[in-house]
Design a protein around this ligand. Structure first.
Ligand SMILES: Cc1cc2nc3c(=O)[nH]c(=O)nc-3n(C[C@H](O)[C@H](O)[C@H](O)COP(=O)(O)OP(=O)(O)OC[C@H]3O[C@@H](n4cnc5c(N)ncnc54)[C@H](O)[C@@H]3O)c2cc1C
Length: 504
């Protein structure tokens, strides 16, 4: 802060997942002299979906020193070991993007080179055999380090009720001094320089601030409606433009993974929570009506629907600059990538964490904003490429939507990646890229792409040694998973422990 005498006022606009995640992080880390206010409108409400996450969410909860049991109990959450993609290559086919490693490095080489050679020799099994996470997921098992001595931890994320998570974080943030104002906003006033001076409520109040975090959802109340920042539309690559969502009764099949099933003009998600299963059908309205999409969804539920399907339109893409003047867009106001790889809540987390690394005072350095926007754009773009890969590499021939997706002109960055993999089994994620080499490998292979060669260092190992290595890796996965408790017992034990602590 340049002026240490005056309070730095940060105003968060919106109290969905993005708003309360931002508020909680600022409440935890902002130094004295920062006053945090959050404005939300119960009349407008939240988007009300967003239930699957990726492992980085644990860093977020850890940073807030949130007790895992209390969190799972409050959000009716479950564990997530990966995402199953059913029918994405073709009907009847399934693969998993499981978290954690697949196989293990030998010498200087990643596992995929030994596996590719093993496949060519006919001595390697499908990739899934070398992933403890996938084996655990498919057998309904789960372990965290606290669950038993000698049971190794497997990387995991959570499914949770996003509305309950926001409420949980609201409680956290309010206890740490965040002021919440219930109001419907109708615009903003500006300073002479054009920055936002205050947000205006529809009953004539002004809520003044020095820095604004726009968490107002798709509409982007400040970043777009006020500042006209502009939006990069990616529907030519990711043409799905709406979802219908409906919860249903739990089925007893309490799987520790998200399922994504390809449908004629999109895909359906299944997210098991303690009290219900979250379901939704993401589709492209050029190929399917909302009524048809709802019918497909309702015909493919595990249990009785608990509500009528709700439609949510969206435009895939990103805000041209997520930080513009004294406004940072966080959450849906910053852009949208369909939830195929459960990345939206992660983007909230990474944006707010990145903000903390350059926490602004009253003076904002344009160079900092520029760097921030560049990194955020790159993050959106690599996720975009990863999503396109799932669609483009399909073999669902004869279905107009999927035929179109196979014919896509790929972004140069993705085309290059695919070419490197096909030519030489190379996967080189950028330094701070979200998805690891192993994540890319599972989706490339799962979608039927084949590496044309492998690193010749893998040829140094005689065939018997290679077979023994592959066998040992598979055995290690089986032995890791064998003693694990069932997922349902893990959740019950953790939530039970939290409930007991609460009662004590
Ligand atoms: C179909 C679908 C499925 C998804 N699935 C996943 C998933 O599985 N995993 C994942 O990580 N993410 C998922 N997401 C994304 C996730 O839902 C969002 O990233 C997350 O909920 C954050 O939303 P938000 O807080 O930005 O917006 P919202 O939830 O829309 O919140 C906006 C807030 O702004 C307030 N507001 C708006 N206008 C005004 C106003 N004029 N005055 C006052 N307050 C106002 C509202 O009241 C609300 O509090 C999904 C999204 C969609 C659309």
């Amino acid at each position: 802060m340049t002026d240490e005498q005056s309070v730095m006022r940060i105003v968060i606009v919106g109290g969905g997942t993005a708003g309360w995640m931002s508020a909680a992080m600022l409440a935890r880390f902002a130094p004295p002299g920062y006053a945090i206010t959050l404005v939300e409108s119960e009349t407008i409400g939240t988007v009300g979906v967003g239930e699957a996450t990726i492992p980085a969410i644990r860093l977020f909860n850890d940073a807030l020193e949130i007790d895992e049991g209390a969190f799972l109990a409050a959000t009716k959450g479950s564990f997530k070991l990966g995402i199953e993609f059913a029918g994405w290559l073709e009907d009847g086919h399934s693969y998993m993007h499981a978290f954690g490693t697949v196989g293990r490095q030998l010498g200087v080489l990643p596992f995929r080179h030994f596996w590719a050679r093993g496949r060519a020799l006919g001595i390697a099994k499908p990739l899934a055999h070398y992933s403890a996470n996938e084996l655990a997921a498919r057998t309904g098992r789960m372990a965290i380090d606290a669950r038993g001595p000698g049971i190794p931890e497997v990387p995991y994320a959570y499914h949770f009720d996003a509305g309950l998570y926001a409420a949980f974080l609201r409680d956290y943030a309010e206890k740490r001094g965040v002021e919440r104002i219930e109001a419907t906003l109708a615009g903003a006033s500006r300073t002479d320089s054009g920055d936002i001076a205050a947000v205006m409520t529809n009953d004539g109040r002004a809520i003044a601030g020095d820095f604004f975090i726009d968490c107002s959802g798709f509409k982007g109340l400040l970043i777009e409606q006020e500042l006209k920042t502009g939006y990069e539309d990616w529907r030519h690559w990711l043409p799905c433009d709406r979802a219908v969502a409906v919860p249903c009764e739990p089925s007893g099949n309490f799987t520790p993974y998200t399922r994504s099933t390809a449908r004629a003009a999109g895909w359906q998600w299944r997210i098991p929570l303690q009290h219900r299963i979250g379901n939704g059908h993401v589709f492209c309205s050029e190929y399917m009506s909302e009524d048809e999409a709802s019918a497909v969804l309702l015909a493919n539920l595990d249990g009785k629907p608990l509500a009528d399907p709700r439609a949510i339109p969206f435009v895939t893409g990103r805000r041209k600059r997520i930080w513009n003047r004294n406004v940072l867009a966080v959450g849906l106001s910053s852009g949208f990538l369909e939830p195929l790889e459960s990345t939206s809540i992660h983007l909230i987390q990474s944006t707010i964490t990145r903000l903390l690394t350059v926490l602004p005072g009253k003076h904002i350095e344009p160079a900092v904003v520029e760097g921030f926007n560049r990194r955020s754009a790159a993050e959106f773009e690599t996720i975009r490429d990863f999503l396109i890969l799932h669609y483009w590499a399909n073999q669902r021939t004869g279905q107009p939507f999927w035929d179109r997706m196979r014919a896509l002109e790929l972004p140069e960055t993705l085309a290059q990646r695919i070419a490197e993999f096909r030519a030489a089994n190379q996967i080189q994620p950028a330094t701070d890229e979200l998805f690891t080499e192993v994540a890319w490998l599972q989706v490339l292979v799962g979608q039927g792409l084949v590496a044309g060669s492998w690193n010749p260092i893998a040829d140094r190992y005689p065939q018997e040694e290679l077979a023994a290595f592959l066998g040992a890796v598979e055995k290690a996965c089986i032995e890791t998973v064998r003693p694990m408790p069932m997922h349902i017992d893990c959740v019950a034990a953790l939530c039970g422990a939290a409930a007991k602590e609460k009662a004590a």
